[in-house]
Design a protein around this ligand. Sequence first.
Ligand code: HEC
Length: 313
Amino acid sequence: MKASMKYMTIAAVGLAGSLAATGAMAAPDWGSVPGKSVVLFYPGQSSWEWALTTADHPGADKFKAGKDCAACHTGDEKNMGALLVSGKKNEPTPIAGKPGSVVAKVQFSHDAENLYVHITFSEGAQPNAKMDPNYATKVTMMINGGGVPEANRAGCWGMCHDDSAGMPSAGGANRTMYLSKTRAALTRQGGGDTLKPAAALQQLRGGGYELEYWQARINPGSAPVAENGIIFDKRTETKPTDVSATGTDSGGNVSVTLTRKLNDGAGHVVFAPGKHYTVAFAIHSGHAAKRFHYVSFEQSLVLDGAGADFVAK
Ligand code: HEC
């Protein structure tokens, strides 16, 4: 498999040297790459602080004692999504008729230069939420290089706070996602806008305390647009993006591939064989924005190794 991919790369370079100059590599043959189904569910306003509060969430104490979110909830995502999207729990403004979950097939591959992730799903009958005028669908992967312990255990919940835009304690503020330890203090309402001193922030970042995200934005009949960036004290887009996106959206049947260099030299997560990463996925469908998305629980990824949800070869 790896040998044949290497051969394809060499052949492509031989046929068109300019491909090598632009960094383009042979795309994996996804038909022969093993994949896994991931259920993404609608989370409503279930924030990190909500999940950590015993009076709100029956799993709070056991999570704090060491049991991860996925360990309790894997297999239950469809039920959770159906409950939350209905507005009966943690969602004051439900979107009528919105499905509660989406099942995505996820495949990873890599070669000497790039990591590739291929995500395919059918999003079902999605009402138009009219929140994002530009894109019908956004497909996002969160990546933790290992430096964010709460994201190892809780995936996207490590950056989902009660006072981010559209969440219960936002009070009209337009805060993006952020990481807890960047704040001077964290309460049930979130961390607000008071950051730790600059030296402390610098130390956190130096220790790899940040998350990366890759995103494909797509409309039916058009090619996707790629974005990537960092979550630290806020969400910061990388400009220009060094992730590329290819794929199609044929009326809600979406297939996208996101690609980035294993080491992009831009201070982002560096992918190396044998090292374990945490990834998690989000899909905004039906022109939705912010919390009105589907999310997965945390998943593990390793390159060329074993013992992870996904093994990229
Ligand atoms: C010890 C097991 C356990 C752990 C660990 C756990 N939960 Fe839960 N969670 C529960 C139970 C039990 C419920 C309530 C389900 C019910 O009432 O039927 C629940 C409910 C929820 C709900 C509301 C949907 C529903 O079905 O009621 C969300 C969202 C949720 N958990 C997210 C999380 C997140 C995020 C984490 C990790 C930070 C987490 N859970 C960790 C056991 C757990």
